[in-house]
Ligand binder design. Structure first.
Ligand SMILES: [Cu+2]
Length: 214
């Protein structure tokens, strides 16, 4: 029963794709694979301003299987003020808050089909939080923040086991102070320089974390 439901959906998608692309009439269920549509994944991804995310385009045949031998896709973005895309790799870069429809076009022989997905671009908030757990972890391991008025803040919540936040590396020009052995309280640190900050706990060598400031 499940199989028949899936077949029905696929057949509908093919019909829609053929109509959308202005494909010629004729059977779409023959035994010979026919280039029928383009699938773009992931669906509706989110990327932060200044960061990238990769998209993949796959040529499909009339049965929804990969259509072998199709050339690579050409990528375009509907709104370059929100997101750009590398025309050959499909790597999307977030430009500003909003969304853009990213389209992949594949031409095989004389037939061109397109697929697309909407990418949402967000600016990370200027505050983040990390818990230094009694289970000996910084959670989340990596936190990304923006800056408001030039400053972003990360607050570490220490549970009942003492930890430190000891910096291993900071961007050039940054000088965020370490947090000494602390338990059962919260300690904030401000960040004014964009870049990647890496730290560890000097008490528990397996505990490490990353702060990314945009
Ligand atoms: Cu620790």
């Amino acid at each position: 029963m499940l199989r028949s439901v899936v077949r029905t959906i696929v057949a509908g998608s093919v019909a829609a794709a053929m109509a959308a692309c202005g494909g010629s009439s004729g059977s779409t269920t023959g035994p010979t694979p026919v280039f029928t549509s383009v699938s773009v994944t992931p669906t509706a991804p989110t990327v932060t301003v200044g960061n990238t995310t990769g998209l993949t385009a796959i040529a499909k045949d009339q049965n929804g299987a990969t259509f072998a031998g199709a050339p690579a896709a050409t990528w375009t973005s509907s709104d370059l003020t929100k997101a750009t895309v590398d025309p050959t790799s499909g790597v999307v870069t977030g430009v500003a808050n909003g969304s853009s429809t990213i389209t992949a076009s594949i031409t095989a022989g004389s037939v061109t089909h397109t697929g697309s997905t909407q990418v949402t671009v967000v600016t990370p908030t200027a505050s983040g939080s990390v818990t230094a757990t009694s289970g000996l972890a910084f959670t989340p391991h990596s936190v990304t923040i923006g800056r408001s008025g030039g400053t972003g803040t990360v607050t570490w919540t220490f549970q009942n086991v003492a930890h430190t936040v000891t910096w291993d590396s900071q961007p050039s020009g940054a000088a965020v102070a370490d947090i000494g052995a602390t338990s059962s309280t919260e300690v904030p640190r401000d960040f004014t320089v964009a870049g990647t900050y890496q730290y560890h706990c000097s008490i528990h060598s397996n505990m490490s974390g990353v702060v990314v400031v945009q």
